[in-house]
Design a protein around this ligand. Structure first.
Ligand SMILES: *Cc1c(COP(=O)(O)O)cnc(C)c1O
Length: 481
């Protein structure tokens, strides 16, 4: 009997190419530190090398991998390089990569419990583990009124929090009648841009977000928060939402949660706490002091895809009252009706996020936690913090440099004494050298360099080598002046 031609990759081919690809990834991790960390590509370099049209007939996988090496790799900034100290880490690990692969292999769509029970239940369970592992408020656990869900990003988490807060503040009317422009929200001047974006997306209006000044350590000033809320009430506006940050993006500033929490409780405002990177530090008891007061938060999120060895995307989002979140986000068309949902005995995570469909993200986080164990995660987080502190010590001992603020965790902000232009040139030259990658921020209108330690394969000698490079390049620059 003649079978109709099909174009699929055979299982045998998949095995062969798949094994080779795993070898390729392992070799990549073993050798990535030799590659220029920051891609040296100019705009258009990748596209110029790609054919204008999609191929009419299929091509062998081996040819695609040749193009990966030839065209793609030079256009990659190597986030997994041990010499990556820019922005925030996005640290991956072998168990995470394997979890991601398995998730792709299973190809599950976990919108409902019924659409794949394990996808939902593993996620709920791992989120409960995290509450215990990090000593988070018990009200975030699934056996309380709250619970946790994996979102794609802290930005999505903030949006969900704001929409839930908006519904609560408008007595469940804003989803039906829209927002009337009288709701006001608060975050510090150092809050991440995703808060402003979420405020705009939720229809609150960018002008209704008040940016509260910070103190000398770049933490939100509770007195200024209280004053801003009071002024808005006097104008007849309706304060409804405060975003506090544990570990601001620019300098790792720590907003004072206990004071902010007290204000939010007295004023009946939704408190969202954004711990995007620093949140991972809570696996270590000695860093939990930054999270005191988290029990007054209505929602909280942090990103294992930043600093917990789990590749993007994986944001852990917790709420204290899941009914508030679900009320704001639920939608039930006929084609999604099913017995499990009607019984009320299951969680349907489509009601906890913006999109309907969802990936089986819990697998990679589960693999990571089980591979490292709590002690393994603590060990690596501690090393990063210790090395950042050591680096900060070197900065303060060197007269050519100044430390912007004492680093609470793994992010050091510093500058070469001299003009912004000098610091910019120093950073550009370092990054062009390809031997490390760091980025900058502006604080009090001055350019400041940021050095963030958090890559999976970073060792102490990489930090030492980075400091040697920074001081050598700086000396060179100052000689030429
Ligand atoms: C990185 C960061 C974010 C954004 O994270 P995404 O997951 O990329 O949306 C939000 N808040 C803070 C404090 C951050 O540092």
């Amino acid at each position: 009997m003649e079978t109709e031609k099909n174009y699929h990759m055979t299982a045998d081919d998949f095995r062969k190419q798949g094994h080779a690809l795993i070898d390729w990834i392992a070799r990549y991790y073993e050798t990535v530190e030799a590659l220029p960390v920051l891609s040296q590509n100019r705009p258009g370099d990748v596209r110029r090398q790609l054919p204008e049209h999609a191929p009419q007939t299929g091509e062998p996988f081996s040819v695609m991998m040749q193009d990966v090496e030839r065209i793609i790799l030079p256009g990659v900034t190597h986030w997994q390089s041990p010499n990556f100290f820019a922005f925030f880490p996005s640290n991956s690990s072998y168990p995470a990569v394997l979890g991601e692969l398995l998730s792709a292999g299973l190809g599950v769509q976990g919108m409902l419990w019924a659409s794949s029970p394990a996808c939902t239940e593993l996620e709920t369970h791992v989120m409960d583990w995290l509450v215990d592992m990090m000593d988070l408020p018990p009200g975030f656990k699934s056996d309380s009124a709250g619970g946790g869900v994996i979102q794609e990003s802290a930005s999505s988490g903030a949006l969900c929090a704001i929409v839930a807060a908006r519904e609560r503040a408008t007595e469940l009317a804003s989803n039906r009648r829209g927002c009337n422009g009288r709701l006001t929200a608060y975050a510090s001047t150092q809050a991440h841009s995703s808060i402003e974006k979420a405020i705009k997306l939720a229809g609150i209006g960018g002008e209704n977000l008040r940016l509260i000044p910070t103190d000398a350590r770049y933490a939100m000033r509770p007195d200024a928060l209280a004053a801003a809320i009071g002024q808005d009430r006097e104008k007849g506006l309706k304060p409804f939402f405060v975003a506090a940050t544990v570990g601001t993006t620019s300098v790792n500033g720590m907003d004072p949660l206990p004071e902010i929490g007290r204000i939010c409780q007295a004023e009946k405002l939704w408190l969202h706490v954004d711990g995007a990177m620093a949140g991972s530090a809570a696996v270590c008891p000695e860093f939990r002091r930054f999270f005191i007061g988290l029990d007054s938060a209505d929602s909280y999120c942090f990103n294992p895809h930043k600093w917990l060895f789990t590749n993007f995307d994986c944001d852990c989002f917790f709420v204290r009252n899941r009914a508030a979140l679900i009320q704001a986000l639920t939608i039930l068309p006929e084609y999604l009706r099913n017995q499990a949902t009607e019984s009320g005995a299951v969680i349907d995570y489509r009601d906890w996020q913006v999109s309907l469909g969802r990936r089986f993200r819990a697998l990679k986080l589960w693999f990571v936690i089980r591979h490292y164990g709590v002690e393994g995660l603590q060990h690596h987080i501690r090393r990063h913090v210790r090395w950042a502190q050591t680096f900060a010590g070197w900065v303060s001992e060197n007269e050519a440099f100044e430390l912007t603020a004492p680093p609470p965790l793994n992010l050091v902000c510093f500058r070469l004494r001299g003009s912004d232009a000098l610091n910019q040139t120093l950073m550009d030259r370092l990054n062009q050298s390809g031997r490390l990658y760091l980025t900058h921020t502006k604080l009090n209108d001055r350019l400041v360099l940021r050095f963030c330690v958090g890559q999976t394969h970073t060792e102490f000698h990489h930090v030492q080598q980075a400091w040697n490079l920074i001081t050598t390049f700086a000396q060179d620059l100052q000689k030429k002046q």
